[in-house]
Ligand binder design. Structure first.
Ligand code: DGY
Length: 321
């Protein structure tokens, strides 16, 4: 069987794949240009892709022999699920193993935004730290007693809740599904409406999947409801936030700050509007980027592909029903 990887994975993973398949690895421009992706996918049985590869209707329709798509990510919004379902193509993904890493980064960004760490680092590097220890210099915000609003209480949302409890923060959440009562109690998390989440929180952190219904859901209307001294954290998908509205919110001081690991279009360059904004902390989509997690993701990605092609149950497959 023939497989395509749109980018090389860890050596151990490549070895396993090469033992079994005729492997083609794209090693040119990232993402793989559409024309090349179209032509290569027309000849393959299995595909390993990344969250920036758009596996759309056209690609799937053209990939006549394709049986399995295995994405090196928990998100699968880059794959046309309806089209894959109509072609009975199985889809594997990598949840669970990246929950802790992504939750850790979320808390790091929350602390950074509330305590202005990156901003201080920029001040020192640019030679602007001239006077020491002023009562009003670089003041951030206490965490204890503040309210965090978790938008999306899935695996990552719950892992974030667990981590922030010891800081003495109140936890509220809004999610498609409410937590079972005992779990809500265990996490000390109170369910609120979406409006209330944005109105009452001192920091809102986003952990919902990107779909056509969540596209731009965090817009001017919600941002205007937020407290002036509040913060917005996003480690899920950039397109959930209307970026133009967020830029207005930060410039006009509707909110105190934002810390973002994801953007509408990635990567962003140094001339991006967000780069010019002082109260924005920007990370290059590193939610799952720890050595341990990325290795586990590679293990699952290849297992999903191998099991799928062998007609076995994948470690994690997307439910297409
Ligand atoms: C994913 O796996 O979808 C994440 O965005 C990676 O950090």
């Amino acid at each position: 069987m023939r497989i395509l990887l749109t980018r090389k994975l860890h050596e151990f993973a490549m070895k396993e794949l090469k033992k079994r398949y005729d492997v083609y690895v794209h090693n040119g421009a990232i993402p793989m240009p559409k024309g090349k992706l179209l032509s290569k996918t027309s000849q393959i049985d299995g595909l390993i892709c990344f969250p920036y590869d758009m596996i759309d209707k056209e690609i799937i329709a053209n990939a006549k022999k394709l049986k399995v798509i295995s994405t090196y990510s928990v998100g699968y919004d880059h794959i046309d699920l309806q089209k894959a379902k109509s072609r009975k193509i199985k889809i594997g993904y990598t949840p669970d193993v990246l929950t802790n890493a992504t939750a850790d980064l979320t808390v790091a960004l929350l602390l950074d935004s509330m305590r202005r760490i990156t901003e201080g680092d920029r001040i020192i590097r640019s030679g602007d730290w001239k006077v020491v220890f002023g009562p009003h210099d670089y003041v951030g915000s206490d965490l204890e007693g503040k309210t965090v609003g978790i938008f999306g209480m899935g695996r990552i949302g719950r892992a974030v809740a667990k981590r922030i409890r010891p800081f003495g923060m109140e936890i509220t959440y809004h999610s498609r599904n409410r937590l079972p009562e005992n779990e809500g109690k265990k996490l000390n998390a109170k369910y609120v409406s979406l409006d209330e989440l944005f109105e009452k929180s001192d920091a809102v952190t986003i952990h919902i999947p990107y779909t056509k219904d969540t596209h731009g859901i965090v817009n001017a209307c919600l941002l205007k409801k937020m407290k002036k001294n509040s913060h917005l954290i996003n480690t899920s998908r950039g397109k959930i936030i209307n970026e133009k509205d967020l830029i207005r919110a930060l410039r006009s001081k509707w909110i105190a700050g934002a810390a973002l690991d994801v953007f509408e279009k990635e990567p962003i360059g140094k001339n991006h509007e967000l780069v010019k904004i002082k109260n924005a902390i920007l990370a290059p989509h590193i939610g799952s980027s720890t050595a341990e997690t990325r290795k586990k993701m590679a293990e699952i990605t290849i297992k999903n592909l191998i099991y799928g092609l062998e007609g076995k149950k994948m470690v994690y497959s997307v439910n297409l029903d």
